[in-house]
Ligand binder design. Structure first.
Ligand SMILES: Nc1ncnc2c1ncn2[C@@H]1O[C@H](COP(=O)(O)OP(=O)(O)O)[C@@H](O)[C@H]1O
Ligand SMILES: [Mg+2]
Length: 238
């Protein structure tokens, strides 16, 4: 029976490149109001999992966005079902202003109403973006650019947000700012899937964290595992 719950369901997701498997049957679910972590060493298949969900790479398995199977849909149509990817490296347009970068996020928006409110919401979440809205995005710091990338994804008003290593290259303060914002986003009822290499941080933050190894989920952790060295060692080297 199809479910019409808000959120993301992934079953037996497989991604290969030229016949070499990178994701080998991943199952996961992210519900509205939840943040789920996906951690694992470099090359484990974290980014490929996100690309597979978005339809941005060839894949098999089932991906349901708000209960709708998006198998075979190209990324631009997957986006229209209510999911947004904040890619690794942020991919902001450095020559464009902060404001114009945010406007680009409107492309994936399903409803055409509520746009002034969407700007107001992201400016409340990230006040620095309001202050620097006329600046070229390339002049922002790394942390500010990450805030911009997240804000841009929110302009589409997605139900589900996927983030690929949002803390990469950021200062500890900038990481805190980003994760405080993600907490607000989660509490606002969105489904949040965070790919990270920072294990402890992600485990502590997320409602549940999956450990990916060589394309397979090998372990599921809860917030109380964040300081358990044995568990962390097992997660990375087990
Ligand atoms: N475009 C690609 N072409 C060929 N192999 C790739 C490509 N992207 C990733 N891979 C391979 O797939 C595996 C998983 O990569 P990736 O999903 O980027 O892992 P992670 O994000 O966990 O570091 C790695 O072995 C990587 O070399
Ligand atoms: Mg990656």
């Amino acid at each position: 029976m199809p479910t019409h719950e808000i959120g993301l369901q992934v079953e037996n997701l497989c991604v290969s490149y030229q016949g070499v498997p990178a994701v080998r049957g991943v199952d996961l679910e992210v519900k509205a109001g939840e943040a789920i972590g996906l951690i694992g060493p470099n090359g484990a298949g974290k980014s490929s999992t996100l690309l597979g969900i978005m339809g941005a790479t060839a894949r098999t398995g089932t991906v349901r966005i708000n209960g709708i199977d998006v198998a075979g849909l190209p990324p631009e149509k997957v986006v229209r079902q209510g999911v947004a990817l904040v890619p690794e490296g942020r991919h902001i347009f450095s020559e464009l202003s902060v404001l114009n970068n945010l406007k680009l996020g409107l492309v994936g928006r399903r409803e055409k109403t509520g746009i002034p409110e969407a700007f107001a919401e992201v400016f409340t979440l990230f006040p620095i973006l309001e202050e620097f809205q006329g600046r070229k995005a390339g002049l922002l710091s790394g942390g500010q650019q990450q805030q911009l990338a997240i804000a841009r994804s929110l302009m589409a008003n997605p139900d589900i947000i996927l983030l690929d290593e949002p803390s990469l290259g950021l200062s500890p303060t900038a990481v805190d700012t980003v994760f405080e914002a993600l907490d607000v986003v989660r509490k606002a009822g969105k489904a949040v899937l965070i790919v990270e290499q920072r294990a402890e941080f992600t485990i502590a933050f997320s409602d549940k964290t999956f450990v990916l190894h060589d394309g397979l989920i090998t372990l599921t952790l809860g917030p109380s595992d964040a300081n358990n060295v044995d568990v962390l060692t097992e997660a990375y080297f087990g």
